[in-house]
Design a protein around this ligand. Structure first.
Ligand code: NDP
Length: 315
């Protein structure tokens, strides 16, 4: 450990809407929060294009620009925003205990409260053409980007509840939605499958996988392959929505905090409290259901209020 240990009241790990909302509230409560941004400052929204569903931006806003606004607002109240990655945690299990967090394997922070807002990462298939056209028609968020494909044809890859939900959402906006399901059945709940089957402009192709996304700068179509017959064919679409699940960024907290079987942090009741006193979780890292910027920001606010109350009770 080369750098000296720093003692603070409130450490925020992660810089998406949850982290910044927590920072704004914690700073205004005089907790002098320090935020470490992680490797993707601003989080998932910096990988989308236009955000049209965040209240307060009547004309829509670029995702990166919106996160810059969040940062400016947090800094206006003296949040210290630092670039760095939490690499190790040693949380206390005692009320009033000090939580130790190592940053970049070098610096140690001792914090009275920690707000975890490390988010989740959308899974992608890993095709080079998919990677190349991210932001040019390939998206992992229908709620964020679906609007841009009004009246067009799109495909959705995946067969879980998320894929079913995204496909039915897109079917309301798009001319036709084709869902690619890799097995001969869907994983989604019966209720969601029922919704899919009852949507007229939604076609499900079973045993079908995405072989390649076609197009140079923007998506012009896809080539799909039937994994039983190995037959390939092309479909002309302008949007490709990958909905094969998200991975919460919780590696660091394994065997330290409670998680559900898919790795999302478990919080107590309607609060942001984890099982350890003084450690709170907000945003997508603890929410696999809603996963919206506005809901993440809401729970970030809750985490700061929970941290403030926790510290007040100690005094
Ligand atoms: P899931 O893990 O449930 O589903 C992922 C889907 O993607 C599966 O159908 C899987 O196929 C498919 N998939 C994975 N990898 C590939 C690949 N390489 N190629 C093609 N298909 C692939 O993730 P979800 O995000 O759908 O759901 C996560 C959790 O959140 C679930 O518990 C779900 O119930 C819940 N949820 C609930 C909602 C609600 O209640 N409203 C809404 C959204 C999510 P296969 O089936 O073959 O493995």
């Amino acid at each position: 450990m080369s750098e000296k240990i720093e003692r603070i009241k409130c450490l925020i790990i992660g810089s998406g809407p949850a982290g910044y909302a927590a920072a704004i509230y914690a700073a205004r409560a005089d907790l002098k929060p320090v935020m470490y941004t992680g490797l993707e400052p601003g989080g998932q929204l910096t990988t989308t294009t236009e955000v049209d569903n965040y209240p307060g931006y009547p004309d829509g806003v670029d995702g990166t620009a919106m996160m810059e606004d969040f940062k400016k607002q947090a800094e206006r109240f003296d949040t210290e925003v630092r670039f760095g990655l939490a690499t190790k945690v040693d949380f206390s299990d005692k009320v009033g205990g000090i939580h130790k967090v190592t940053i970049d394997g070098a610096k140690e922070i001792e914090a009275e409260t920690v707000i975890i807002s490390t988010g989740a990462t959308a899974k992608y298939l890993g095709l080079p053409s998919e990677e190349r056209l991210k932001g040019g028609g390939v998206s992992a968020c229908a709620t964020c980007d679906g609007f841009f494909y009004r009246g067009q044809d799109v495909i959705v890859v995946g067969a879980g509840d998320t894929a079913a939900e995204e496909a039915t959402f897109l079917a309301k906006l798009c001319k036709k939605v084709t869902m690619l399901v890799r097995r001969d059945e869907m994983r989604a709940s019966k209720a969601m499958q029922h919704r899919v089957n009852n949507t007229k402009n939604l076609e499900v192709l079973f045993n079908t996988e995405l072989d390649e996304v076609l197009g140079d700068k923007v998506v012009e179509g896809v080539r799909v392959v039937n994994n039983k017959t190995k037959e390939k064919h092309e479909i002309a679409v302008m949007g490709v929505f990958i909905a094969i699940g998200h991975k919460p960024n919780t590696e660091l907290f394994k065997s330290i905090l409670d998680m559900d079987d898919t790795g999302y942090l478990i919080t107590q009741g309607k609060t942001t409290k984890t099982k350890l006193p003084g450690v709170f979780a907000a945003g997508d890292v603890q929410d696999k259901e809603y996963r919206q910027a506005v809901t993440a920001a809401g729970t970030g606010c809750m985490a700061a209020l929970d941290a403030e109350r926790y510290l007040a009770e100690l005094e």
